[in-house]
Design a protein around this ligand. Structure first.
Ligand SMILES: Cc1cc2nc3c(=O)[nH]c(=O)nc-3n(C[C@H](O)[C@H](O)[C@H](O)COP(=O)(O)OP(=O)(O)OC[C@H]3O[C@@H](n4cnc5c(N)ncnc54)[C@H](O)[C@@H]3O)c2cc1C
Length: 407
């Protein structure tokens, strides 16, 4: 085993990489990142997951060094997290300024919908839609160029041991890595969490999230749409004026049927479900399918370790908040560590503040998302629709809801 580093992160997804960059920048700590896969370029037509990033998450990624086009980052308060004119600061990102959520037959209308508008809320954009892979690749490149960050790709964590002076990660190739603080960012099926014997209370939704891209002939792109229908949710997230990421969650059996449709029948089903709010859509990539579940870890930190991202909790994608929560974890962990300094590195008392902050916020969000899914997919759906439409006429409540989602 070589020297003991200040920090080592298991998992080089977006959350793990953001965490490594923030710990290095804010605390000036050396960080090792162990990532099972070898990040490479994605192949042309392969389906890619697109993510909706909140302004708060985009701002944290900008602090990590992400810039869309080299433009100066203007910060909170003036042009907002997306820069002048809502230019996204995330590679390949597309900012949107309106979001319409509705339930019912046909298109959205007063009485069945709620609309969030950036101008009304006094912000430059509500969020930004970006494909996962370019964002992750850009963070990987930033981390590789950073002298204080040591990346090990193609290496997987097998087990770990917490000792008095440090934590030790054992990798599948037999090597070991010691650090004063170990961070588990290895996703929903975290080996890190399992090695520590931390329970994960998990429950399947009996649904799958189908993800693909579609093209529309008419130009739009400033609005993100979401419709509750048929026991599921359809989200149309703009990747450009004419390109859309479709995230369609529905019961397993229906998802299986939909996946088998040919392109013409899939287009027909999509246009019917979207009520053509984004114009006539033509599917443009194969469908990727994700099983949906919710879950939460029994503990998120202790002596010499902390968990972040999906290793902490998994939420339904209907609110587009999973990654935003993970980036919030990375931000909070680096803030707490920077406040306590080198003497307290890996100390459970110092990490307890991180746990208090994230456990409460994570539970609230996770419960809220679960409640929305239950309300709109069960017998109370008409009541939930009326509540949503009533909230549309209450600007202060709308501002509160938007402020939560934009953190
Ligand atoms: C259909 C769908 C749509 C979604 N849409 C949104 C959205 O719009 N907005 C949003 O905020 N969130 C969204 N999410 C959630 C979001 O995708 C996840 O929350 C986020 O990607 C989790 O990031 P992570 O870094 O924690 O985990 P991951 O992305 O899973 O990264 C974990 C990393 O750890 C590595 N790893 C795993 N095991 C090991 C090991 N033993 N050793 C070393 N490395 C290991 C993996 O290779 C991976 O790179 C969506 C999810 C789904 C399913």
């Amino acid at each position: 085993m070589s020297e003991t580093l200040p920090t080592a992160v298991a998992g080089g997804g977006i959350v793990g990489l953001a965490c490594a960059l923030l710990l290095n920048r804010r605390c000036d700590w050396e960080v090792a990142v162990v990532e099972r896969s070898v990040p490479g370029r994605s192949s042309g037509r392969a389906p890619q997951r697109a993510l909706t990033l909140s302004p708060g998450a985009a701002e944290v990624l900008a602090e990590c060094g992400l810039r869309h086009n080299g433009s100066a980052h203007s910060g909170r308060g003036d042009a907002g997290a997306f820069g002048e004119g809502a230019t996204p600061l995330v590679p390949g990102g597309h900012a949107f300024s309106r979001m319409v959520v509705w339930r019912g037959d046909g298109p959205p209308a007063p009485g069945n919908s709620i609309t969030f508008d950036a101008a009304e809320l006094g912000v430059s954009a509500l969020g930004c839609v970006a494909r996962e892979e370019p964002v992750r690749r850009a963070l990987w490149e930033l981390a590789s160029a950073c002298p204080g960050i040591h990346l090990r790709s193609g290496a997987a964590l097998e087990s770990l041991e917490i000792k008095e002076e440090c934590g030790v990660m054992r990798l599948e190739d037999g090597s070991e890595m010691a650090a004063e603080l170990l961070v588990g960012a290895d996703g929903g099926n975290s080996s890190f969490r399992q090695s520590l014997g931390i329970g994960f209370d998990s429950q399947s939704y009996g649904q799958r999230g189908l993800v693909f891209e579609a093209e529309s002939a008419s130009s739009g792109g400033e609005t993100a749409w979401q419709r509750f229908a048929g026991g599921g949710t359809l989200a149309l997230l703009p990747l450009s004026a004419t390109r859309w990421s479709i995230v369609w969650s529905m019961p397993n059996a229906r998802a299986e049927r939909l996946r088998k449709l040919d392109e013409t029948d899939l287009a027909e089903a999509l246009n019917k479900a979207s009520a053509s709010v984004a114009g006539e859509l033509v599917p443009a990539t194969p469908i990727a399918s994700f099983p949906l579940r919710r879950g939460a870890a029994a503990r998120i930190c202790g002596e010499r370790y902390a968990l972040v991202g999906e290793a902490v909790r998994v939420v339904h994608p209907l609110a587009g908040q999973g990654l935003n929560l993970g980036i919030g974890d990375a931000d909070a962990l680096a803030r707490v560590c920077a406040g306590r300094g080198n003497a307290m590195i890996g100390d459970a008392r110092a990490l307890a503040r991180f746990a208090r902050e994230r456990a409460r916020y994570g539970h609230e969000m996770s419960f809220g998302i679960h409640a929305i899914n239950a309300a709109f997919s069960g017998p109370a759906a008409p009541l939930a629709t009326r509540g949503m439409a009533a909230a549309d006429r209450l600007p202060p409540l709308k501002r509160q809801l938007a402020a939560r989602a934009m953190r």
